[in-house]
Design a protein around this ligand. Structure first.
Ligand code: SF4
Length: 439
């Protein structure tokens, strides 16, 4: 396998096996096995390969992809060979997301798998040049539907077929059409061709949804399923079985920990693993007794397995523990937020802790971002890691700054109020002042 010269790699490209991305701890490869269900042996192989060819740090991303870190130009081809030898085929082409339990969840409106597969084939056959980070969601509904996943193009299952919309999550995406089953691929390809016509960097937000809707005719169907998507962490009843959602703390784990988890879960009855959004692993195969043992096993290995885990709404990058670009220990900072400002972590807002302004863990805006900069750890409100911080502090002052933010929240939040509502009604200057402390 040929790895492109590193100076051709850029932040905007997807760091696949054929185009790994340079980060502070070497090369990063992001991959999604094409098979939705993984066996224990697959995960054990991935752990071995991460240890052998990288620095052993494995991440599950917010979209449910795997990231292997600390690779080198020499080791990436060996990783590719190891994956091929194990029969683990990474998905290629445009990222098309479907709910992680598609095809096995009796409560889904329709299995999204065939539509996603047909769309993937149609896009490949069209040979269009599309933005490298283009994301398409095909959401057939069900317990773990993808309503909260932002996409350039969405297909949501509705009574009359598929609702086609662009540029957003299920509620915010702008509607284009409702397509019957036999028109869904051709109709979606019309929108993808319109995107390609706008240029190789065009995203769903750049499309003129009203003009596209006029081509298709009037759209009257409202967004399906008004309810928020369920978080995959914890136990889910899927038909007659119970599926356990497990998360590595803050989305990161060492290969040895993953191997220990998988072996422990197999001993409890685990038979199948699925990657899922929100940095999750879904595990099937447990009986009632085995489920309780599996939860205990996951907790023992340091994984989260209840939907009350407070750190689940924090996104962190590798930080000083795994990346030379990091200016502070992002894990320690996340633990400090859990301890000192846990009220921020009710799931209503995103909190992002980034070792440097590159913002690998959470490219989108977050309500609160702590970011390592030359001037110290910066506080960015409602922005990205690369935005100018409202204030910056020396790293050693960060724990007390976090405690002051927690104190402000506890003192001024109304009973039952969410962190989001509190932040929305609070002047940014008050949050900045709490972060900075007495001047
Ligand atoms: S955001 Fe984090 S992982 Fe990415 S380069 Fe910066 S310090 Fe490294």
């Amino acid at each position: 396998m040929t790895v492109p010269a590193l100076d051709t790699l850029r932040r905007g490209a997807c760091p696949s096996l054929s185009a790994p991305m340079r980060t502070g701890d070497g090369l990063l490869v992001r991959l999604r096995p094409a098979a939705p269900a993984l066996a224990a042996e697959d995960l054990l192989t991935l752990a071995d390969l991460a240890r052998e060819h990288g620095n052993g740090l494995i991440e599950i991303t917010a979209r449910g992809n795997l990231q292997l870190r600390g690779l080198t130009e020499a080791s990436v081809p060996r990783l590719a060979e190891g994956l091929a030898a194990a029969g683990i085929v990474p998905q290629t082409g445009v990222a098309i997301e479907i709910p992680p339990l598609s095809g096995i969840d009796p409560s889904e409106t329709v299995d999204a798998t065939p539509v996603a597969d047909a769309l993937r084939k149609a896009i490949a056959a069209a040979s269009l040049i599309l933005a490298p980070k283009l994301a398409i969601v095909v959401d057939g509904g069900g317990v773990l539907s993808l309503g909260d996943m932002v996409a350039d193009i969405r297909l949501d299952a509705v009574a009359a077929g598929w609702r086609l919309s662009v540029g957003g999550d299920r509620q915010a995406a702008r509607p284009v059409a409702v397509l019957a089953e036999d028109r869904v691929i051709a109709g979606t390809m019309t929108v993808i061709a319109a995107l390609a016509a706008l240029g190789p960097a065009a995203r769903g937000r750049d499309l003129d949804a009203a003009a596209l809707a006029a081509e298709f005719g009037v759209v009257s169907e409202p967004p399906p399923f008004a309810a928020l998507s369920r978080h995959p962490l914890g136990i889910h009843r899927i038909g007659g079985e119970r599926v356990l959602g497990i998360a590595p703390a803050y989305g990161q784990m060492q290969a040895d920990k993953l191997a220990a988890l998988v072996k422990g879960l197999v001993a409890c009855g685990a038979s199948e693993f699925r990657l899922a959004p929100h940095r999750m692993l879904l595990v099937r195969g447990f009986s009632g007794e085995g489920l309780a043992e599996a939860e205990a096993c996951a907790s023992l290995e340091g994984f989260w397995c209840t939907d009350t885990a407070p750190g689940r709404s924090i996104s962190i990058c590798a930080g000083a523990a795994g990346c030379a670009s990091a200016r502070f220990d992002t894990h320690a900072a996340a633990d400090a937020v859990v301890r000192g400002a846990g009220e921020l972590l009710d799931g209503s807002v995103d909190v992002h802790i980034s070792g440097c302004p590159k913002g690998c863990a959470h490219p989108a805006r977050a309500a609160v971002t702590l970011c390592g900069t030359a001037a110290g750890v910066g506080l960015v409100l409602d922005g990205r890691a690369g935005d100018a911080p409202a204030a910056a502090l020396p790293v050693e002052d960060l724990p007390s700054a976090i405690r002051r933010l927690g104190t402000l929240l506890r003192a001024q939040r109304k009973e039952g109020e969410t962190a989001k509502s509190f932040i929305d009604r609070t002047a940014p200057a008050a949050l900045v002042s709490a972060y900075q402390g007495p001047q």
